[in-house]
Design a protein around this ligand. Structure first.
Ligand code: ADP
Ligand code: MG
Length: 558
């Protein structure tokens, strides 16, 4: 038997392939299953134009067969198979994609179901195997062939026996070494998990014999194990289903299955976008904060699929930081992937999707305020702080996205209110949106600085979170109403009083000068106040920075 050599460049390429393209070994199975799915798809596409061919979906499947004793893993498909020539072209030439060629030749424009395009995925199997054997029989051919290779050395092809059309790939799984373990790729539970993770939405059944247990016949306590062939993947992803076919429970199950969180999400959003960029997404707004949410360990991101195949587990670029609590997934057929299919080649499409998603979440949250206030407040308790950070981060770039989502405790309502609600209740002569800062609502309530504003019947927002005032400063105003701290110098209330205090100040000029002298270094000035009712004295902030804010700034490391 003649041994055909890989060309020199191929050798280097193969080496590079095996060792450096993929960050994660387990994806070899994703690649082989994707190829099997492509091979079945090709029969499907042929049947569309060839009357002699019928495509009966039930007779097409992919099968995974681990064999621990012989250390082999088989991936079997009932797809289109390969002729001798195709074996040489597609498996003998690295970076040649028979699938891409198939799409072009058959002018399949909407062939977005076919996954292959780079012609390298197959070789990823060398990451876990010493030797690969491919036994294949092409559709419409009487001959079957066996292709065999140990990697960079080259490969052999010889005729062989195979009854049915399709392909069988046999991987000889590497022996464990001290540092590297390969046994897991023969373990049923591990294979199942890998299939679930990367290939759950392959449209054909991926079957595998799995160990089940049942009560022994005649016994009520003793169990026995038995093997049964099961379909591992769920095939039709929930996000491709019609929204009206799905119940709230379906979405909740999906949330749990995906381990997005242990809570019950307060809201799900199912997006089916068919515009400039096509994508499906299911997003969740969780109820409870993940325990590590406000720590460095927390990683934001959505799962990213390309055509039902998982590309990235946490794609951070799909979410702005202030919506980092959102869980879920995005599937698009319009993404241009890089060669390892772990990353995107350009982020234009991704940016479009991210922008879309951002606006959608904003709308959903605004609707929640209107339609389910209680749920929104629960949500706000966990994530409100993040929204406030969002207003002030990046120089307020996205403050307009967030301003309607903010809530603060109100002196009048004794509960959280939105800025919109505040403004709509403002008195005719009221110029500003007033706020007071302090540690707790109770403490703020007792502040002498709030007296005059409260006396006027104006509502005051209580800022108890250190980020509150920073966020507000970034907003500057809401619906043309500026924010005003009750401890700022000029409250914009009562001109009459102005004169009164002026005269008090004149009459007591010496006293004030003496007090200022005594308190020198501690206060900037001593003045008659027009805001006090029952308290004899209060501290106010002179400039833009309130006393509370000064505290925060002073506490910051330089
Ligand atoms: P890609 O899938 O990106 O084209 P691969 O390296 O994964 O690249 O596969 C190379 C080519 O080998 C495929 O395009 C296809 O033509 C052929 N091939 C691989 N696996 C199979 C299979 N199971 N059945 C039929 N053809 C296959
Ligand atoms: Mg492939």
């Amino acid at each position: 038997m003649e041994k055909i050599q890989f060309k020199a460049e191929s050798k280097r390429l193969l080496d590079m392939m095996i060792n450096s393209i993929y960050s994660n070994r387990e994806i070899f199975l994703r690649e082989l299953i994707s190829n099997a799915s492509d091979a079945i798809d090709k029969i499907y596409y042929k049947a569309l134009t060839d009357d002699a061919l019928t495509f009966d979906k039930d007779s097409y499947y992919i099968k995974i067969e681990p064999d621990k004793e012989n250390r082999t893993l088989k991936i079997i498909d009932t797809g289109i198979g390969m002729t001798r020539e195709e074996l040489e072209n597609n498996l003998g030439t690295i970076a040649k994609s028979g699938s891409l060629a198939f799409k072009n030749e058959n002018e399949i424009k909407d062939g977005h179901d076919i996954i292959g395009q780079f012609g390298v995925g197959f070789y990823s199997a060398f990451m876990v195997s010493d030797e690969i054997t491919v036994i294949t029989k092409a559709l419409g051919s009487d001959e079957a062939y066996k292709w065999k290779s140990k990697g960079a050395d080259g490969y052999t092809i010889e005729p062989c026996e195979k009854d049915t059309v399709g392909t069988e790939i046999i991987l000889k799984i590497k022996e464990n070494t001290e540092d590297e373990k390969y046994d897991e790729y023969l373990e049923e539970y591990r294979l199942k998990a890998i299939i679930k993770k990367h290939s759950d939405f392959i449209r054909y059944p991926i079957k595998m014999e799995v160990t089940q247990s049942r009560l022994k016949e005649g016994s009520e306590t003793e169990y026995e194990e038995y093997k049964e062939e099961k379909t591992i993947n769920s095939m039709v992803p929930i996000w491709r289903k019609n929204k009206n076919e799905l119940t709230d429970e379906d979405y909740e199950n999906f949330y749990q299955e995906k381990h997005y969180g242990f809570d019950k999400p307060i809201k799900h959003v199912h997006i089916k976008a068919d515009g400039t960029i096509r994508y499906n997404a299911i997003l969740f707004i969780p109820e409870k904060m993940p325990f590590d949410y406000y720590t460095k360990e927390f990683e934001k991101g959505l799962e990213l699929y390309s055509n039902g195949v998982l590309i990235m587990e946490k794609c951070p670029d799909l979410l702005p930081d202030y919506f980092s609590f959102v869980k879920g997934m995005v599937d698009s057929e319009d993404l241009s992937l890089n060669i390892s299919r772990e990353m995107l080649q350009q982020d234009r499409q991704l940016k479009l999707i991210a922008k879309n998603i951002k606006n959608k979440i904003k709308k959903e949250l605004e609707n929640l305020i209107k339609n389910d206030r209680e749920k929104y407040e629960t949500f706000y308790e966990s994530f409100g702080r993040q929204l406030k950070f969002g207003v002030y981060n990046n120089f307020g770039q996205d403050k307009d996205v967030l301003k309607n989502l903010l809530m603060f405790y109100s002196s009048k309502e004794k509960k959280l209110v939105t800025l919109d609600e505040y403004v709509s209740r403002m008195a005719e002569d009221q110029k500003y949106i007033y706020y007071a800062t302090g540690e707790t609502n109770e403490k703020i309530e007792k502040l002498p600085q709030t007296e005059l504003v409260a006396e006027k019947g104006y509502e005051i927002l209580y800022f108890t979170d250190d980020v509150d005032e920073f966020a507000i400063k970034m907003l500057m105003s809401y619906k043309d109403k500026e924010f005003k701290s009750v401890s700022s110098g000029d409250l914009g209330i009562d001109e009459e009083k102005e004169k009164q205090t002026e005269s008090v100040e004149k009459e007591n000029k010496d006293l004030f000068a003496y007090m200022k002298d005594v308190l020198s270094g501690k206060v900037k000035d001593v003045k008659a106040s027009k805001r006090l009712k029952t308290h004899p004295v209060c501290l106010t902030a002179g400039g833009d920075v309130s006393i509370e804010m000064e505290k925060v700034l002073n506490a910051m490391p330089n």
